[in-house]
Design a protein around this ligand. Structure first.
Ligand SMILES: [Zn+2]
Length: 239
């Protein structure tokens, strides 16, 4: 599988997943249509799927125009029906195919009530939307710290080399918070330096890996949901 990041809006990433054998291509969380269609055209690929992780407009806003342009099918959690037409509603345990690759759907509510992830076990990759970020986690708009804690522990229990594809480039702000909240962690300090350099060069910091998040993500490293809740509210006002 080939993966391309399409940076859109301020800090969103739309991920293109391409199966060279079948020619099928999925766009994960297309905020907008035009840059996604341009990126697909530049590769010569054909867009066959849209996969949404949650209903937020900056993850679904391009659905309709992309479908109109390509005839692709839209797969999403039920909650996305409030903002978009959905062809395939999926829930925990459902299987989604992109060419020869198959993802299993995980329900990981908290950022939104119906948030899902797409885990491609054989390919060793998971698309987590706004639930986990590199060195951070999503805001708790429609769920609890307990739910988020369970989600992050579930992702962190995957094999250490699984690549994690997140919905936003938030790594630098998250790394600064991690250095503040976990000052004795030398791996956090080293990663902050690497991330500062990458962002200085305007380079992407994703995907991350399970191993990196276990070592440097304060929300993954939180000992319980209460600690996660405290960190999350500190982060909300951290500058
Ligand atoms: Zn969101």
């Amino acid at each position: 599988m080939e993966i391309i990041a399409v940076p859109v809006l301020t800090d969103n990433y739309v991920w293109l997943i391409h199966d060279p054998t079948s020619g099928q291509t999925a766009a994960v969380d297309p905020s907008v249509a035009e840059p996604v269609l341009d990126a697909v055209a530049a590769t010569g690929w054909r867009l066959s799927h849209v996969l949404n992780t949650h209903w937020h407009q900056d993850h679904t806003g391009g659905n309709a125009a992309i479908q109109a342009a390509t005839g692709c099918s839209i797969t999403a959690p039920a909650e996305a029906e409030r903002v978009s037409k959905v062809d395939h509603i999926v829930a925990e345990g459902d299987r989604v195919r992109v060419g020869n690759a198959e993802a299993v759907v995980w329900e990981i509510p908290a950022h939104t009530a119906g948030h899902i992830a797409y885990y491609f076990e054989e390919e060793g990759m998971i698309f987590v939307g706004d639930t986990m970020f590199a060195m951070g986690c999503g805001r708790l708009f429609e769920g609890t710290a307990e739910q988020m804690y369970a989600n992050l522990q579930r992702i962190a229990a995957l094999p250490s080399d699984v690549r994690i594809y997140c919905g936003h480039e938030y790594t630098l702000a998250n790394a600064r918070f991690a250095a503040h909240s976990d000052p004795g962690n030398s791996e956090v300090a080293a990663r902050l330096k690497r991330v500062e350099q990458l962002r200085l060069e305007n380079k992407i910091t994703l995907p991350t890996t399970v191993a990196e998040e276990r070592a440097t993500n304060p929300f993954v490293r939180a000992s319980d949901a209460q600690t996660l809740a405290r960190l999350r509210s500190e982060k909300d006002s951290f500058r």
